[in-house]
Design a protein around this ligand. Structure first.
Ligand SMILES: Nc1ncnc2c1ncn2[C@@H]1O[C@H](COP(=O)(O)OP(=O)(O)OP(=O)(O)O)[C@@H](O)[C@H]1O
Length: 243
């Protein structure tokens, strides 16, 4: 199927005229403008990559979309089961509901819960979404296998795993639930070539399933393979020259 045929008509994510500055209260309210007039869409079936040098504001934009950072101006509209929610004006409760139903976040860091087995860590978001245990376990096992996490580790807690193993457990956990919008914060950082390739395949599968993806990838090889479009964040620089 061609890419155009898998794209949904309405964007899953619509960012409109967003501005963000940080106010340093411990430094007499010093203001650090980061981005201004940020506008872009992400439709189902496409992977939009935020590009630009270090400090341009890529992570800040991702964190605003996830609701971790407040927004000074503009709208971040996300279409979910309960209709369209504007993250810029949503209550914390609405943002949490949106995360449970609509937005997935895959970072490179695992916040490991002590003593919980890997398979349970991975399947938990699928159970929270309402999948039955057998379905959630099967999907979790499939993802762990594709990410080369050996089955002998599934019953162990990931706290003692290597950095790369923990990262792969985290990616599996981030992908296990079916979400309309996936945010990817350098999911392939410090993975080896075989696992980078596995992540690229999983991202392609999400695109084919009609998921909207927004990501940051410093690895240009991975970025060029997954990106439908690159949004250059330097075009949104707010009154400052990016480093
Ligand atoms: N919580 C914060 N408080 C104050 N300033 C911040 C905060 N988060 C980010 N910044 C500043 O905002 C600017 C953009 O940072 P951001 O992390 O979004 O850039 P980036 O493009 O993701 O960079 P990198 O590629 O290095 O991760 C930087 O100058 C940074 O110092």
């Amino acid at each position: 199927m061609s890419e155009a045929m898998t794209l949904s008509a309405e964007p899953v994510l619509a960012v409109r005229d967003v501005a963000k500055r940080f106010v340093m209260h411990l430094r007499d309210g010093l203001e650090i403008p980061v981005v201004d007039h940020v506008s872009f869409d992400v439709r189902g079936g496409e992977c939009v990559v935020l590009g630009g040098p270090s400090g341009a504001g890529k992570s800040s934009i991702l964190k605003m979309v996830f609701g971790n950072y407040g927004v000074d101006r503009g709208a971040i509209r996300i279409g979910g089961p309960a209709g369209v929610v504007d993250v810029a004006t949503a209550t914390p409760r609405e943002i949490l509901a949106l995360r449970r139903s609509t937005i997935g976040y895959v970072s490179q860091f695992l916040r490991a819960v002590p003593r919980v087995a890997t398979i349970d860590v991975v399947m938990e978001p699928a159970l929270a979404q309402g999948d039955d245990a057998a379905t959630a376990r099967a999907r979790a096992g499939d993802l762990l296998t594709r990410l080369h996490v050996p089955e002998r580790l599934w019953g162990l807690a990931p706290a003692t795993f290597s950095g790369g193993e923990q990262q792969r457990v985290n990616i599996a956990r981030g992908l296990v639930a079916r979400r309309a919008l996936l945010l990817l914060d350098e999911p392939t950082a410090s993975l080896d070539a075989a696992n980078r390739a596995a992540v690229v395949e999983l991202i392609e599968a999400e695109k084919a399933a009609g998921v909207a993806l927004l990501g940051i990838f410093h690895d240009t090889d991975v970025r060029d393979r997954v990106a439908t479009r690159i949004v250059d964040v330097t075009t949104f620089a707010a009154g400052r020259i990016a480093a």
